[in-house]
Design a protein around this ligand. Structure first.
Ligand SMILES: [Zn+2]
Length: 86
């Protein structure tokens, strides 16, 4: 295992409080695992596939906080793609 890098604790860039466009949504990453988030317009949430968390979007602003995220059930999560072998 490589030594853990020093934590990066700089000021997080703020998302402009404007209407989101797909480009922006595309760039958003999970605050926990840094994986790209998947926008689900039907629910208006951003989904991290790694943790199966859905981050809400309020007034067009994605709330990328673990406390605010909602766990997705297996049924909700599986969009019929990918192997679901535990
Ligand atoms: Zn994640």
């Amino acid at each position: 295992m490589p030594a853990a890098p020093t934590s990066i604790d700089g000021p997080a860039p703020r998302v402009a409080e404007r209407a989101l466009n797909n480009k922006l949504l595309d760039m958003l990453a999970c605050p926990i695992c840094k994986a790209p988030l998947e926008h689900r317009p039907a629910d208006d949430v951003l989904v991290c596939r790694a943790e199966r968390l859905a981050f809400p979007i309020r007034d067009g602003i994605p709330v990328l906080l673990e406390d605010e995220a909602r766990s997705l059930s297996h049924v909700e999560f599986s969009g019929g793609e990918g192997p679901a072998t535990p």
